[in-house]
Write a protein that binds this ligand. Sequence first.
Ligand code: ADP
Length: 466
Amino acid sequence: MRNIADLVGRIIESSHPDPDKRRRARILNIILLSSFVISILAFLFALGAEIAEQEPQEEALLIYVPSSILAACIVLIYFVNRRSPSLASAAFLVILVALLSVSDEREQIAGGRSQLFLALPVIMAASVLPAWCTFLFAGLVSFVISLIGFSIGMQFTPFATFAFFVIALVSYLGASQLEQALARLRHINEELDQRVADRTHELVDANAQLANANERLRELDKLKSRFLSMVSHELRTPLSAIQGFAEILLAEIYGPVTPGQRNALDRITNNAIRLLNLVSDLLDRARIEAGQLEIHPHPFSPFELVQDVYSTLGVIAESKGLMLVAEVDPDLPSQILGDEARLRQVLVNLVNNALKFTQAGAVTIKLARYDGAIDGNPVITPHWSMAVTDTGPGIAPEHQEAIFRPFRRVDDSSTRREIGAGLGLSIVKDLVELMNGNITLISEVGRGSTFTIILPLLSSTEGNHG
Ligand code: ADP
């Protein structure tokens, strides 16, 4: 079925470059195809009737001959139509007028029932030729009728001519309206095509600009990371020297130090340490952004990790009158696989923050096995967690995401007075993600916060990737 439709489509199609002529050629092809089918059917009908001997031979000839001539003419016109649609249409209509004028008795053609059929070429002319040609055919048909009437001695009556011209006028108006509408549609189509082409062009341009800007941004980003790491290195060396010499002076290696001098040297040491910490945070950020920070897992003891952090930061807790509590779940393996130095950095950061922002109460460090959920999905493989809970000011929900971005701090009275660059948590988050882990925060303003780090539990027997 589809093949037949394709074949018919191909027969009807025209490839004329002029869109109007192409449309008319298609209409003529449709008419030709239908006429061809009718003439073949008529031929077969005559043949069938003759075989059944229903029709005497002479009567059948009356169908054979015209239908064969018609079929041959149709094929000829079809091929002319491929080259010159106007010539083919004109020829077809003239043949049609000729056939119709001999299709009945002359009296009927000149003034009877068959006059009506002669309106057919007039109407068709408006569709297969430029609309004004309909008047030409109204004239031709009127002339033929008058001629036939004259041949049988009939009087000329203007009524038929008038009727054909009215039909021509109506066909002309209809066809020219259609042609105008089609022309407008073509114009709109062309405009739309132009607009699409323009927009596509603009889009291609914008894309190229975006790619350029992206490239420049990448270069700037690399430059920034290189600059940051270079500056940090250059700062670290003199700062370490300042801290070292201050400590030598404090140790009274170069002679006794007065209480005033000791106070000043303490301040120099503290500030040098703060600057060194800041520089090392900047260096870590630069390394993370340049994709150069690597994790080196080794077997380590979680218990010793907590002990180490406790002994480093216990002094601060004591000086602020805070309780520092550390708990290690006995179910945790004694040795687990991880980058101990980076894990210590993460824990120190969280405990440091908790101690920094909490004014009264306690800070608790808790290491345990974890079998809850991550991002709403239950964990399947073994995990462990490091949680740091404080009784500090808490973090409002609207800040809980932002504090994990670089240089972002909560700007309220309880935390603003504390020193910090806003880098710590962003580094913690990136480090944890590099270890395939996850960080969550549960916090309530006025009650405190719990930062929990969840990591895959790799026991030391699973291999050493260091
Ligand atoms: P810094 O501590 O240097 O400001 P961080 O990235 O470590 O930078 O922390 C970002 C911000 O998150 C802090 O400035 C503070 O406002 C908030 N914050 C972090 N930890 C806590 C905490 N335990 N309690 C309350 N606020 C906190």
